[in-house]
Design a protein around this ligand. Sequence first.
Ligand SMILES: C[S@@+](CC[C@H](N)C(=O)[O-])C[C@H]1O[C@@H](n2cnc3c(N)ncnc32)[C@H](O)[C@@H]1O
Length: 279
Amino acid sequence: MNYIELELSLSSVDIYSDILQSDLCDIGFESFLDKKDGFFAYCQKEIFNQEDLDFLLNAFRENNPSVNVSYDIKEIEQQDWNMEWEKSYEAVLVDDFCYIRASFHPPIKNVEYNIEISPKMSFGTAHHPTTYQIIQLLRNEPLEGKDVMDMGTGTGVLAILCKLKGAMSVDAWDNDEWAYENAKENVMKNNVEVDVKLGDASGLSKSYDLFIANINRNILLQDMATYSKHLRIGGTLLLSGFYDNDVEILEKCANENNLHLVTHISKENWTALRFIKKQ
Ligand SMILES: C[S@@+](CC[C@H](N)C(=O)[O-])C[C@H]1O[C@@H](n2cnc3c(N)ncnc32)[C@H](O)[C@@H]1O
């Protein structure tokens, strides 16, 4: 499978990189690699649509006339992309709780969990504030004997952590085939029992004590009712993948689905929310 590499340069990176990356997710881009004046974004060749990209960038220019944005596109082989990623990949330490590393980083001591990830094309290395914050929230989540769903699992990092933390069963689903393969590989690397599947909310049949979804605003709004339906009373829903200014609309949608907001954390303008399902 070949990929489209979009190299995007901005006159002001600040929050604009995050805004564009979030918009690019909506048109099929799935991985991002920051550079000094912007970022690289990657999309499967079959999914890439030049008209969508033009539309998105024109809208961005209209809304942000003070920011210059230029781009370059090339087609690349998946293998080349993996090599680039792995060269620039750094391990991430989340507080003194969890260390997420690649095979070429040695594990560290004085941390509760070491997780080895082969990041490849999948989101979920904890470099991103959304993954990072869900890991922080998981630290205080009692998981012994609990059934967990990690929807939009990416590399599988959150699912792996849940199992290491003592969850009874962990399901990890993603609707992207490459993420699914990558999550399976990472589950094996970490020697844990996690049921990885290719799928989305439409395939849910079981109920869970903890439901995690770090996806994006629109999917979360669309699937919230289904997530809630498959969460036990008193169970926890952890959501991320959206900006601080999306909290209001997400909280409203959650309330309509019997979910009560109990924790709200934010990092670099990205938010993570913890809800409890009411009676
Ligand atoms: C932001 S990444 C999060 C990955 C990982 N859970 C983490 O926290 O780092 C979102 C993931 O959700 C997947 N995804 C997107 N839409 C989805 C949907 N409707 N159902 C399930 N997975 C979806 C993407 O393929 C991607 O791997």
